[in-house]
Design a protein around this ligand. Structure first.
Ligand SMILES: Nc1ncnc2c1ncn2[C@@H]1O[C@H](COP(=O)(O)OP(=O)(O)OP(=O)(O)O)[C@@H](O)[C@H]1O
Length: 230
């Protein structure tokens, strides 16, 4: 379980998160949604132990999140985090050496699924294929928690669809929990079971996507707009 208890995060003078408390139960695909600068990336970085809260506690399976939590948490950041001179295959080798939970068979299957050329250098990949490679190396880890910051950002509709299909096919919700941020609400909606709405560093609401659709009869985009306007 992921647990944030009265968490605040301040960057110099900017308060990015204000007294946030939330719980994410295992086996869910959760979307962290909100406008630009609302605190989504900050929340993921706190859970992955890359940054520390100014106040409050962040627990992952009962353990305080620090850099050591990377053994439990696979984090896809917004930035490209590879050596550009590696080939696709060398990138997989690197991940296999770095993470004990790296599932090479799954990685090879995903490389074929994403139609990536193993011998191509990362620096020669298109942006879309770099996005696909990021998904491959993140989802190939049999980590209990998968965090993805904007996995669809800047990618064309075909790449976005292939990534969404990859997410559906290669996540094992019996053993894994996924938290992702996105502005592509329409495309990601079918994938999510819960959304956490964040505005100006505060949690506005946490809701099941099914409830938004069936009880409120709203799409995720319309629900977010409605909640933001209140
Ligand atoms: N390293 C930093 N130093 C100073 N301010 C920062 C830093 N990182 C983020 N912020 C600020 O904290 C606030 C929250 O940023 P964050 O990146 O978490 O938002 P976000 O919801 O992920 O935004 P976006 O949708 O644009 O990616 C913003 O006002 C941002 O400018």
């Amino acid at each position: 379980m992921i647990q944030l208890d009265h968490v605040s995060k301040r960057y110099l003078t900017k308060k990015a998160l204000k007294d946030v408390s939330l719980q994410i139960e295992p086996g869910h695909i959760v979307g962290l949604i909100g406008s630009n600068g609302s605190g989504k990336s900050t929340t993921l970085k706190l859970i992955s132990g890359l940054i520390r809260p100014t106040k409050g506690t962040v627990l992952v399976d009962g353990v305080m999140a620090s850099r050591k939590i990377c053994t439990k948490v696979a984090f896809l950041s917004e930035l490209d985090a590879y050596y550009s001179f590696f080939t696709v295959k060398q990138t997989l080798d690197f991940y296999a050496q770095t993470f004990g939970d790296f599932n090479r068979a799954k990685a090879e299957e995903m490389i074929d699924f994403m139609k990536l050329d193993r011998n191509q250098k990362v620096k020669h990949l298109s942006k879309g294929n770099r996005g696909r490679l990021k998904i491959v190396v993140t989802l190939s880890r049999d980590a209990p928690f998968i965090l993805m910051d904007e996995p669809l950002s800047g990618l064309d509709p075909m790449v976005r669809q292939s990534i969404i299909k990859g997410l559906i096919s290669f996540i094992d919700l019996e053993k894994q929990t996924v938290v992702l941020t996105t502005h592509e609400l329409q495309e990601i909606e079918p994938l999510l079971d819960t959304v956490i709405l964040i505005k100006n560093g505060e949690i506005l609401d946490t809701k099941s996507v099914e409830e938004i659709r069936s009880k409120e009869n709203l799409s995720l985009v319309d629900w977010m707009v409605k909640e933001y306007e209140q």
